[in-house]
Design a protein around this ligand. Structure first.
Ligand code: ADP
Ligand code: MG
Ligand code: ZN
Length: 480
């Protein structure tokens, strides 16, 4: 039997606010345990929450940026369950009247070049829970409630993702949108962007969804991809053996490279959702939505389209260049100085990103500035250096942060274009390789590559390849 994969993702992104969603406590990361708490986020009896307006604003921004409809009327609901990191015994979330619904995120993968729209079911606001600490404690466990009440946006996709590759493309695209829009810093290491993956398989051609498992709380693209691959195999094996997949929550164990069951899946009715009586419903008028819309910067989708149109870049280049605002800015700054966009794009996507990835650095920490790259490209264009020498110069720029012109001067890397000087070297090369010269003159024209190689060796790669070609041809084709 042939199966196809169906995936729906739930993302929790921390909204970028200074204070928590229902109290004035700081959201700052890494503070000593239980230092950012107050009676409200500790869930003490008799206190009342007050909604942080910034969270609503960021929720609206997220909604608009993902083409969602913003609900004119929404409200919070209590999701009741017991867990030690949840002092109130319920989480304030949204249920039947979420903040925004029905949007999409467009993804581009090598197998889905034209782009594929992944539907968004909803985006709602909710509070985060605290954190239970088990490691390194001899007896019992500890609870840190700094995170309790930190604002989250939960972004739920439709079950329209068909592979691990698409899941990662979706997460990257969504993350870029949230960062561009200033909704979240989406710092995955701090847990500010984490994902639950719902995965099922079904026979190809079937329109009925299979039973899903839900892999909770992953904060790395790599883990998501590996967990999905593992789940697909696990479920296929069960079905092939005539078994039934059970609906359950599982966890990805990176050390073992497997998912393990955590608990059987609760249904919505287990949570006894009901409208939150301590908070008034939220009314959002058109004017507010328009204000937020007008204040949004150019988002990845629009930037991508513009890059393709104005710079005549391939889809692939544009998709990579807009993956972060800083990278897109770097590219545009370089192009403003050196306007051959495709050449700039090749260097940025190839040499520069390779360097940065090797050093595990972001573009903001790039050792070379956009203007420096542009200046180097201009030197290739002028004929001051060859494309080959440029690679050496670039390496050195990355290492030292120096300008290309300075490196070329210090290292004497200027391209040799002088015909007199080159002609003399051509003569030496011809004199030193009589057998090859004879073969060439006898018709083995492919040997031209050999002679060019010799010229480059003689000049330390500095000979102007165009000039060398002409001079070699002249002297080789003229029988002595
Ligand atoms: P819950 O809140 O219990 O996790 P939801 O109905 O809100 O359940 O669905 C959560 C996510 O699961 C959504 O992203 C949805 O697209 C996805 N999903 C639902 N059913 C399936 C399925 N059979 N296979 C894959 N994903 C699914
Ligand atoms: Mg879920
Ligand atoms: Zn508080």
């Amino acid at each position: 039997m042939k199966y196809e994969t169906v995936i729906g993702l739930e993302v929790h992104a921390q909204a970028l606010t200074k204070t928590k969603i229902f109290c004035g406590c700081s959201t700052q990361f890494g503070a000593p345990p239980n230092s950012h708490v107050c009676p409200i986020c500790l869930g003490l009896p008799g206190v009342l929450p007050v909604l942080n307006r910034d969270v609503v604003e960021l929720g609206i921004r997220a909604g608009i940026a993902t083409h969602c409809k913003i609900a004119p009327y929404s409200r919070f609901a209590r999701k009741n369950y017991f867990y030690p990191d949840l002092p109130k015994g319920y989480q304030v979330s949204m249920f039947e009247l979420p903040l925004t619904e029905q949007g999409f995120v467009e993804i581009f993968t090598p197998s889905e070049k034209g782009g594929k729209k992944i539907g968004l079911t909803r985006i709602h606001m909710e509070e985060d829970a605290g954190k239970n600490i088990h490691d390194g404690i001899e007896e019992g466990s500890l609870v840190d409630l700094n995170r309790a009440g930190v604002p989250l946006l939960e972004i739920v996709s439709e079950p329209e993702i068909s592979s691990g590759e698409e899941a990662v493309a979706y997460l990257k695209a969504l993350r870029a949108i949230l960062i561009y829009a200033g909704v979240s810093d989406a710092d995955m290491e701090k847990g500010n962007f984490r994902c639950d993956a719902n995965i099922s398989i079904r026979p190809v051609g079937s329109s009925k969804l299979g039973t899903r498992s839900e892999i909770k709380n992953m904060n790395s693209f790599r883990f998501v991809q590996k967990a999905i691959a593992y789940e697909i195999l696990r479920q296929e094996e069960i079905l092939e053996e005539g078994g039934r997949v059970i609906q359950e929550t599982r966890l990805w164990n990176e050390k073992k490279g497997m998912t393990f069951p955590m608990r059987s899946k609760e249904q919505a009715h287990d949570y006894r959702y009901f409208p939150e009586p301590d908070l008034v419903p939220i009314n959002i008028d058109e004017a507010w939505i328009a204000r937020v819309k007008n204040a949004l910067p150019e988002l990845p989708d629009a930037k991508r389209k513009r890059f393709i149109k104005t710079y005549e870049l391939p889809d692939y280049d544009a998709t990579i260049l807009v993956s972060s605002q800083a990278l897109a800015d770097f590219f545009e700054e370089a192009v403003s100085v050196y306007p051959k966009a495709k050449i700039v794009s090749n260097w940025v996507m190839g040499d520069l990103l390779r360097e940065l990835n090797q050093e595990n650095k972001g573009i903001a920490e790039a050792p070379i500035k956009a203007k420096q790259l542009a200046a180097m490209l201009q030197l290739i264009e002028d004929g001051t250096i060859s494309g080959k020498i440029a690679k050496i110069v670039f390496e050195e720029m990355v290492k030292t942060g120096k300008d290309a012109a300075q490196i070329i001067k210090e290292k004497g890397l200027t391209q040799v274009s002088d015909e007199g000087a080159l002609g003399e070297i051509v003569d030496t090369v011809i004199a030193a390789n009589p057998k090859e010269v004879e073969a060439y003159r006898g018709g083995k024209k492919k040997l031209m590559g050999f002679f060019i190689g010799q010229m480059m060796r003689q000049t330390g790669g500095k000979a102007n390849p165009g000039k060398v070609n002409v001079l070699l041809k002249e002297k080789l084709d003229q029988p002595s």
